[in-house]
Design a protein around this ligand. Structure first.
Ligand code: PLP
Length: 376
């Protein structure tokens, strides 16, 4: 049996090695390392996959969020409403731009931002809502877009963990997450569902003006070479990464199916166990299982985490400390927040290995070790 890992990028690579190696070599032969055909082809293919008018590749998912806030004209002192139960990148970039993150609760079933909590947190300074499609499941975008419309707010989707997720509205229309708000942002960090062999990210929008601004800001604020109209940054997707991602994009749907199959297997194995809550699947979207995260009930989580590690089974706590309790947000009044559901989740969640290469033998071992600990 192959050793267990949270993500097995090596075995995944070996299955497409010939295609990937040829694509990388082609970039080397072209010696077009920055920009060029590989990057523009990938941007076009990814926009098509998403059904989005524009896809602007950039250096990573964190930059994508920062550039999105800059392109929408968010200014120091403005407020953005975000979940606290997220990876730090979502909220860190707001702070970097001197925009105040307003942390709100998540729905404890979906782990995504609670629309009712959003509405209560709106003030005259609120400019945007930043839903995070955590672990691969969509936030309640229909309600979020309605709130945004009512209060004239922007929506920036953090789709780093949910690329390929289909969200269905009550009228039956379906859209990919990341294309529902004003701007969608994603990450190609190697462990992501569409992972590069290094860093990468992208932004999506249907708005031509916004797309121009995103492009300009990601390229030193320049409108044409050496003419810099706005303050920007340097955020480029590397051509080799683009070439690799373009190959992997052709496999994305099969990667998602493999993750969903692995999730089904876990669900069945843990079904009926009162101490383990398997991931809830909302009826309005197709969970792409970036993570397979359990909520433990009456189990010593650290003990389980340690027991699994001792038995060769990796597990992770995403995230042990919510954003509002991170030291970096002391200056933003982080410690004054009361977010009991977020605290409750951060004390109980544990993620098991999930990736495209998991087989039933590996999953049987993982499940048996989890159950051994619980039944001890
Ligand atoms: C929810 C979320 N937002 C943003 C990011 C940032 O992406 P990157 O690591 O590419 O900067 C990540 C990935 O790590 C993430 O999981």
């Amino acid at each position: 049996m192959r050793p267990l890992q949270m993500v097995d990028t090596k075995t995944q690579y070996l299955k497409i090695k010939q295609e990937v190696d040829a694509a990388v070599l082609a970039v080397m032969e072209s010696s077009q390392f920055i920009g060029g055909k590989a990057v523009s082809d990938f941007g076009t293919h990814l926009a098509t996959y998403h059904g989005s008018k524009h896809c602007i590749p950039c250096a990573n998912g964190t930059d994508a969020l920062q550039i999105a806030m800059m392109a929408l004209g968010l200014e120091p002192g403005d407020e953005v409403i975000t979940p606290s139960f997220t990876y730090i990148a979502t909220v860190e970039v707001a702070a970097l731009l001197h925009i105040k993150p307003i942390f709100v609760e998540v729905d404890p079933k979906t782990f995504c931002i609670d629309p009712e909590a959003i509405e209560k947190a709106i003030t005259p300074k609120t400019k945007a809502i930043i839903p995070v499609h955590l672990y691969g499941q969509a936030a309640d975008m229909e309600k979020i877009m309605a709130i945004a419309k009512k209060h004239d707010l922007f929506v920036i989707e953090d789709n780093a963990q949910a690329i390929g997720c289909d969200y269905t509205f009550s009228d039956g229309t379906t859209k990919k997450t990341g294309t529902i708000g004003h701007i969608g942002c994603t990450s190609f960090y190697p462990s992501k569902n569409l992972g590069a062999f290094g860093d990468g990210g992208a932004m999506f929008t249907d708005d031509d003006d916004v797309a121009n601004k995103l492009r300009m800001i990601a390229s030193h604020g320049q409108s044409k070479r050496y003419y810099h109209d706005v303050v920007g940054c340097n955020s480029r997707l590397d051509a080799m990464q683009a070439a690799i991602l373009d190959i992997k994009l052709q496999h994305l749907d099969e990667y998602i199916d493999a993750r969903r199959k692995a999730a089904d297997y876990y669900d069945a194995a843990f079904a009926g166990n009162k101490m383990i809550n398997t991931p809830f699947r909302a009826g309005n979207n197709k969970h792409v299982f970036h993570q397979y995260t359990l909520i433990l009930d009456g189990i010593d989580r650290d003990g389980l985490n340690q027991y699994l590690a001792e038995n060769g089974v990796p597990s992770m706590i995403y995230y042990p400390v919510p954003a509002h309790k991170q030291k970096m947000f002391d200056a933003f009044g982080g410690s004054e927040y009361q977010l009991p559901l977020t605290d409750w989740l951060t004390e109980r969640v544990i993620s098991l290995p999930i990736h495209t290469e998991l087989d039933s033998e590996q999953q049987d071992l993982i499940v048996s070790k989890v159950l051994d600990y619980i039944n001890k």
